[in-house]
Design a protein around this ligand. Sequence first.
Ligand SMILES: [Zn+2]
Length: 466
Amino acid sequence: MNLLRSPSAMLAISLATFSASAGVPAAYADRQLNEELLREMIEFRSSAAFPEAIRALLDRVAERLVTAGFPTADIEIVTNDGIANLVARYRGTGDAEPVLTMAHVDVVDAEPDAWQEHPFRFAEIDGYYYGRGTTDNKAGAATLVANFIRLKREGFTPARDIIMVLTGDEESTGNGIGHLTSERMDLIGAEFALNTDAGGGVYDDNGEPQAFNVQTSEKLYQSFELEATNPGGHSSVPRQDNAIYALVRALGRIEGHDFPLELNDGTRAFFERSAQFAHGETGELMREVAREPFDVGVAERLADDNAFSNATLRTTCVATQLAGGHAENALPRSARATVNCRILPGHSPDEVEGVLRAVVDDESISFRRLADAFPSSPSPWNGDVAGRFDVLVSEMWAGTPVVPSMSTGATDGLWVRNVGIPVYGVSAIFESPGDVRAHGLDERIGVEEFHEAVEFWYRLLRSVAS
Ligand SMILES: [Zn+2]
């Protein structure tokens, strides 16, 4: 990340901005706009089943940007596979390469009957905004649009173009960003990218800020379908060979297999910084595992200590779906299982498939990949990057460590990293670990947490583009 201004110069700018507007903290000056945008977006049922709602939402965003003074020539709706995506450009002086900001406006669908409040009617209750997409990822989309409008309103001329991409199929195919990275780099080419759909703040058990995660890498998402087949027959005359038993044996062997433990720069920094607030044995193990040289014995103990550390230290593969047999009174002719793997950066699906085949050690079990995964390399976490986030976070959440993190889930960032653009996942939304409701029921975001995230992004955009 090429720094246009030093972190200390950056601090001066933000303090100036803070006190400029006649005593009203600028941070909260646009709460009304923030809330309006989030409400508007939530009320579009923009799931894969309703592509017209995705289009309508993006048309509304384009309308608002034009009203705020952005030229129509700098706003483009790119439709791919029938799904709309929006790319808007906030033109700067060109002193530096553009920065790309990312969010997605599609959501995992939701059944109104299963929710307490209607998932597609925005509601504010007891300090929370409710609705499908409040955390994943319409808060992010509203954050980008709100700041484009606010910065434009303030007459801000960035020193580099700021590009906003709002995709429409991150939760389904991800082909939107796939198309943009393969066919439309003219629209989204940038020096680095900031993604609202990853990272985020973590509260401790007392609801105090504990860590500010910045996602620097993603594990690779690859699923395999394993199948055992058999001639079948009458179940009154069972034989030694049986498709279900063969599959169960294979799954048992996979269950018993652990991939090697390892660290990369990002995960080493993660444990190093997380050790500052992790309690007791866990904290001690995190401190030790981050030390050079890498001690596999310590890593083993940390992996046993908690599942998240285990998933951060190694590739994991787990059975997630099972089906088999065709009749109650017939020997099964086939049995299938889905094994979902989350592969550490630097390793390939080929390598993992090879390991699984060796572990299963049964030629009669076939392997089929469910969709091809795309490896993406971790984004650099160096002094410049870390320093920038440290300054901004210390202003708003003093004493909260910034922690580079590897997410076990996949985002659109994966495609962008793949074309050589470093991506930093920074939703800036604080949540309690036990209250993560993305993709689940009664999704919600804290009212203050939302507005603070918008404010954080306001400062971040000013900092990277001043
Ligand atoms: Zn998402």
